[in-house]
Design a protein around this ligand. Sequence first.
Ligand SMILES: *Cc1c(COP(=O)(O)O)cnc(C)c1O
Length: 414
Amino acid sequence: MSAADLIAREARYGARNYAPLPVVLSHGRGVHLYDVTGKRYLDMMSAYSAASFGHLHPRLVAAIERQLGRLDLVSRAYHTDNLGGFCEDLARLTGLDACLPMNTGAEAVETAIKAARRYGYDRLRIAEDQAEIIVAENNFHGRTTTIVGFSSEASYRRGFGPFAPGFVAVPFGDAAAVEAAIGKQTAAVLVEPIQGEAGVIVPPTGYLADLRRICTRHGILLIFDEVQSGFGRTGRMFAFEHEGARPDGLILGKALGGGLLPVSAFVARRDLMDVFEPGSHGSTFGGNPLAMAVGCEAMHVLQDEDLVERSRKQGELLRDALSLIGHSAIRAVRGKGLWIGVELDPDQVAAKDVCLAMARRGVLTKETHETVIRFAPPLIIEKADVLAAVDVFAAALEDCAPRRQRTIAGCVSA
Ligand SMILES: *Cc1c(COP(=O)(O)O)cnc(C)c1O
């Protein structure tokens, strides 16, 4: 089947809830992806950070193969020999006490919401069914009905109500607004330390530390959603470490599955995790032996290959190189570690067209919010590939918005 036929078949029989680039991938290895015609691409997207180790990392593949030779899934009706080790490793890595593994990021967010509400009733004596969680505008925490109910993005919400009450949104990056929103029903503050889907929005320095102080002062919970920012993406193991702002609860996912499986977790202080007693929460697949084997190995690879430091160093290089392009269509280059958003002037160029032009030139990424190009390659990326990606981006900008006569004629969205 040709690429066009494969795309048509997807559209014919699949739900149309995504608008993918017209690239049909069939192979991947390390930082490279290959389409059905054999064309090679550099992956500057890494599946929204889920493929942070690159594709088919040999140690992760070996770990899942070893586990497949022993035991697959048994549910949480029984103990298994690798769940405890995974939880111990994750507790040590985060500096927290206990871990509840789930599968997708959204499920781990739901777990955090349940934990925060119960803690509010059991420990903070909030009146029944009145607990509130303070969130940030332009957040992204996943796609369940509860979660999209507190999104500020119309396309995530339209037609999906009625939504669950109990969430109060304040502007992102404004710690004073958080403090002003705290009332006697407030159980927790839930934010991303850097907003990913909103366009790699970095809050003002001091925001995370301020949130930590404010939550401690008011005796409420601080919960960070590090599903995308965690595991080295920002040049630290976790983004909260940039300001020493350890939360009471931490939501992890994406990279934890090593690019092989959905593995997420809610990690928390013991007294917060202990709001869950047997029967109160669960997941058939959460904590399964295959997921635990992969998750454990992912954490070890991250440390053995020093990927956090690589993210910091290569991220600096990426940011500097992008800043040096100096094209008039570039409004801002922002981010931390190997997680950079380039904001484009929509009057000069459409981010989607730039992504198409980059794909034609062999580099894959995806725009977010129509004006931002994201650069989030696997953390194993080498310097030469970082620079190659920046060259391709600069050339794609020229394709779409040539410096001399600024037209979009060279940018055919084919
Ligand atoms: C991707 C993401 C989620 C949702 O994860 P899924 O695995 O898609 O459910 C939640 N929070 C953040 C910050 C994310 O980036």
